[in-house]
Design a protein around this ligand. Sequence first.
Ligand code: GLP
Length: 266
Amino acid sequence: MEIIITDSPKLVAERSANLIQNLINKNPYPVLGLATGSTPVALYEKLIDLYKNNFLSFKNVTTFNLDEYVGLDPEHLQSYRYFMNEKLFNHLDINIENTHLPDGMKENPLESGPEYESLIKKAGGIDLQVLGIGANSHIGFNEPTSSLGSRTRIKTLTQKTMKDNSRFFKKDEFQPHLAVTMGISTIMESRKIILLATGKNKADAVKNAVEGPVTSVCPASALQWHPNTTVIVDFDAAEKLEYKDYYKFVLLEQDKLIQRFGGNQV
Ligand code: GLP
């Protein structure tokens, strides 16, 4: 795992936007995995900015989001489809037909997972997956004790996640307790992963994911097995990491190698 500790959430967005920009500029038909939640919003604003200033085009980009609520149609203000359209897709030159989220409205929601898996496969897999992290270390909606071998399927949300995400719902509004989410094993097949975290409320989750044991109780810890994951955090989210100084030293040494021999960050 590569750990990048930055001074601010703004820099987390900039560093991650750089990685996505590299991918899009190098790959004629990039496949991006995207996430919802408040953390990636600054990254999406940065990507829109790069597009508007002609540094980036999304014409040939295909996207797959991690998850979607069961029972919220795409027009619903709290559906992840609505969120992605509003926060990103509507502001880019992306072909909306090439943007995918799991279908949370299927008559038989059990069919959504396998269908989504085949779409990802048909697209050739995910080149770069963006992840946020829940305060309980969930990724996508893979809650603690999710199988590390899981594929896209329905998950029941924990009370903690329901509470954390209740801020997006109006009082007395229906808040789904089921979601269709990429599985941990699905996420692990992405060729590159970037996990973003900002704020003190993510410090425990980041510490457990990066420096704790690999266990289904901390779903993000599975990333320790991934050969190409970059964790980009601000100071607050990095607060509890024991090896902070070492991570900085590693990056300095890496920069020296890149300067001397060249390198490909994605
Ligand atoms: C939701 C999403 C996750 C996201 C998490 C954290 O539960 N399913 O993909 O990482 O929220 O969100 P936030 O960035 O708002 O803390």
